[in-house]
Design a protein around this ligand. Sequence first.
Ligand SMILES: [Zn+2]
Length: 124
Amino acid sequence: MKKPRTAKPTLPVAKSPRQTEEKRYNRQSWRNPRYGLRAALLVRNPICQKLTDGIQCHTPATVVHHLISPLDQPAAFWLPVNLCCLCVRCHPGGARGTKWTAGVDFVPTNFEFSFSPKPEDAHV
Ligand SMILES: [Zn+2]
């Protein structure tokens, strides 16, 4: 006779802030190359925004950096004013947020989103 499979009892595990943050980075609304926020910002800020002595880095941006770590302010994860596009060399990887000022430490982030409705969607 076959022994019935028994599910192992599991206890609910509280998610750490870092686990929650990692889930956000994996969401399509962040990482999708066509419509994710990350891609939308890199299209609008294709050159690294880091300023050094008032001169902008000229390397293509590939990283979107959170100025305030989502670990410290989870709600700031999606705020474009909290994001800047950097090259790998300028990205302070591992740093938990940076105290950078727009216009001093980095070129202000362009996050204007245009929307052009299809003619059939336009309400006259
Ligand atoms: Zn750079």
